[in-house]
Design a protein around this ligand. Sequence first.
Ligand SMILES: NC(=O)c1ccc[n+]([C@@H]2O[C@H](COP(=O)([O-])OP(=O)(O)OC[C@H]3O[C@@H](n4cnc5c(N)ncnc54)[C@H](OP(=O)(O)O)[C@@H]3O)[C@@H](O)[C@H]2O)c1
Length: 455
Amino acid sequence: MAERVIKIGLLGSGTVGEGVQDIIFDDGDGLANKLGYRLDIEKIYTRSPKKKRWHAKFPGKFTSDPEDVISHPDVSIVVEALGLERPEDTEVVASYVIKALEGGMSVVTANKAVLAGFGREIHAAAQRNNTLIRFEASVAGGIPIIRSLGEGLASDSITGLYGILNGTCNYILSGISNDGKTFNDALRQAQELGYAETDPEADIKGFDTRDKVIVLLQLLYGIFLKKEDVETEGIERLEKIDFDYARKKLGTNIKLLGSIRRSGDKVTASVTPIMIKNSHVLSRVDGALNAVLVESRYCETMCFMGKGAGAGPTANSLTSDVISIADGARLTTGSESLQFDRDLDADTEYRHYLRFLVRDRAGIVSDILGHLKKNQVNVDEVLQLRHSTEEKAYFKKKLGLECSPDEILPFIITLEPCKAAAVKLTMEQIKGQDCMLAEPVLLKIIPGLPDVSGG
Ligand SMILES: NC(=O)c1ccc[n+]([C@@H]2O[C@H](COP(=O)([O-])OP(=O)(O)OC[C@H]3O[C@@H](n4cnc5c(N)ncnc54)[C@H](OP(=O)(O)O)[C@@H]3O)[C@@H](O)[C@H]2O)c1
């Protein structure tokens, strides 16, 4: 009997696309033995076929016309691994995905931005045409989190998810926290090692994590949000002194978390840097690693950790999705009628950290305390480490300040548990004062995260 062959069309031949070619061309026989059928790449779309590594061996498989992939009569599964060079590329790539689905092909994608922007249309096209869309590689690269949520936990009910979902940010934050680097030095090193893009904005402003949170909400609850629906704050205003205060005074570490929380029939989500106590499993996830903490009704708390990017892990996730489709496996996606509520946490009280950088003058601290008191926010402590002249000179240079370094006063205030709105209101009221040399940094401290270690 002829061997069954699954014919794949590949869009993109960059880091990830070539990773998929490596797996299938290098390990085709091994996979065929394991699977009982063969995976073959029929066509590969790239704008520059001759520059590609596998072109010399398989010139006939390469094309510079995406139609040769998405309209190929023999292709049953399209793997989409295209980059997005310009903002309008998101729509172009989404149109390729939808066209393939409309043509009866299933699609596997690594592209969180396309799913976050066009998820509703893409899932609807798959449903209409009785085809499948799989996206394991789009969130946390090599960690099989999508499959764990959509298959392994299909009969469970997810009540919370807290993820370190951006390796670049985690690499930068770990570099500041563990090695005492400045933000810019940590970013530069991330760029040199290929973790961060030349333009790192989407990572450090939290947009990449937000797209992944949106993809997870689509999977978990069938909720399709616009990007602006998710409160999103990046890491760009954090400085080494925040990590010094976190470690030396508060026993915490700072991580950028994508958070999803369900309460009753309501769901909320956000992306913010958060202070997590040092004993918590997420505070110890270092470097470019990703981690996802999941809280569910029956399995309680689980933590998934591993590589969130790179050719090997990401290509493995794409290829495994192809195998899942070939094997007829389906993801269970949420279809409960839950409501997204951006302000679900508005009444929850958290401890907060406020970091100020002011021009020293008499009465400044009592002035800030007065504003907090007026808004019924109780202060826990006012803390100040000894800051060297070099540290202050760093701020003078970074912020282009006229004053002498010794006039620069960094200090922090921690707050007793209170609602975030009252703190934000106070910050709005004081941030414009003459003495403020930079906008104050506001972080939630240890927001009662569940933990696998009970820490
Ligand atoms: N790299 C990772 O570790 C990783 C991890 C998780 C998810 N992802 C996702 O995987 C996808 C691919 O990432 P990558 O790292 O492989 O990117 P990449 O190395 O930049 O490769 C992207 C590919 O798409 C092509 N391309 C880029 N812009 C295009 C456009 N406007 N029109 C047509 N083709 C275009 C590229 O150029 P040519 O046409 O010249 O070949 C190349 O083949 C992205 O969605 C990314 O977010 C990547």
